[in-house]
Ligand binder design. Sequence first.
Ligand SMILES: Cc1cc2nc3c(=O)[nH]c(=O)nc-3n(C[C@H](O)[C@H](O)[C@H](O)COP(=O)(O)OP(=O)(O)OC[C@H]3O[C@@H](n4cnc5c(N)ncnc54)[C@H](O)[C@@H]3O)c2cc1C
Length: 450
Amino acid sequence: MEQKTATIIGAGLAGSLWAIYLAKAGYAVTIFETRSDIRQAEISAGKSINLALSTRGINAMDAVGIMDEIKPLMIPMTGRIMHSTKGELTYQPYGEEGQAINSISRGGVNAKMMDLAEASGNVSILYSHKCVNVDFDTNTVFIEKRADKSIIEHTSDVVFACDGAFSAVRYHGFQKLNRFDFSQDYIDDGYREILLPANADGSYKLDKNALHIWPRGRFMLIALANEDGSFTCTLFMPFENDEYSFDKLKTKENVDTFFKNIFPDFHELMPDIADQWEDHPLSSLAIMRCYPWTHNKVALMGDAAHATVPFYGQGMNGSLEDCFVMGELMKKHNEDWSAVFKEYQEIRKPNGDALQDLSLHNYKVMSQSVADPNFLLKKKFEHRIHQLYPDKYLSLYSMVSFSNIPYAEAFQKGKEQDTFIESIMKDYEIEKLFKMDGIDELIHHLFEDR
Ligand SMILES: Cc1cc2nc3c(=O)[nH]c(=O)nc-3n(C[C@H](O)[C@H](O)[C@H](O)COP(=O)(O)OP(=O)(O)OC[C@H]3O[C@@H](n4cnc5c(N)ncnc54)[C@H](O)[C@@H]3O)c2cc1C
């Protein structure tokens, strides 16, 4: 019997994990990747260096048995540490005892999944091979070899476009189809990464087991630990037209003054920030929505289907969850790809939309709300409710980051819970009740019969 064949465009996070799923199902997989092998080169500029990996991503990797290999790359972050302008620190746990999101190197996790895909014996990755077109009638992809610009044609039983936010398969293929919906919205903010090096003895300059945030209203700085003692910090801020915007940081002096005044504790850790400013490019952020996600035997997965802004730390997690869902449907429909694709896009599209809406919503939470005492009180209240009624109350953040509840369902439930909590906080003096040890009584009264 001839071996089943699959093509994947893009050996990024979704592509390399999906290759492992397909290899396990017995497919001979060919991946075409436009970059050179990241295991031999520096990761390309403009992409975040580390990412927050949470339950959905872990669940998707666990389903193909690779978590033992991934775990050593993870640095658990149990909560946020907020840095005020005065340098005061406030810690806020993300979930319950033992729950954490994880800082992980983009290059590290990608390279590991490529290794595991290749080790299966069913996957070959061709680097410096750029997809330039697709033929939906014959499942053929057209690939330009970087070395001599020649075009090769490659046909297989099924094709998966995991080629990221600027997907060539979407652009050259799907966008030429009748009634294909597509929108691309750049937000007003850009980002620039800054590497905060380790101390001379290799130790960390900040607590490595937290995600650090310097919330400043319309903009913020965040920092996630790397394995080598350094932190990758990211400044998110409007490009222009604001009191504080990237266009105002033109000279070394501007940069130095800005950090000294706005992030004084960070400036103390990195007094030469102005010299490092140009090390990483200023990058833009966009949300891309489209539909349908599949046509004939070709499917869009990951950012190619639902690229989002990074404020919930869920773009990769959602992309890996696509692999999990596609894998479950592949089994359910016994690899009848028409049936798999139909159900995949029907159930995933509302979740892709919700992931994007949640990501936008969380920018406000991270840059403004986390510094607001009322928000912190609300979080404390929610936390206590969850402790007393874990089956009846899970915060939106926990549903998104520590569960596999579909994004759309989590978002909807989160909105309903928020309305409820807000109304209780209007009717009762929650802060006083915490001080008087009366909060549990109120929670029992509210939740006993709910
Ligand atoms: C600043 C920033 C921070 C982020 N932080 C987080 C986070 O903390 N947590 C989280 O979950 N997500 C985060 N994300 C989102 C995450 O990076 C993406 O959602 C994730 O990379 C999507 O994976 P993917 O495989 O779909 O796309 P990618 O990882 O972009 O991979 C696409 C691959 O396709 C290749 N390719 C592109 N075009 C072609 C072509 N024509 N032919 C062949 N190959 C091609 C690319 O070279 C690449 O290897 C962040 C994103 C940004 C920008």
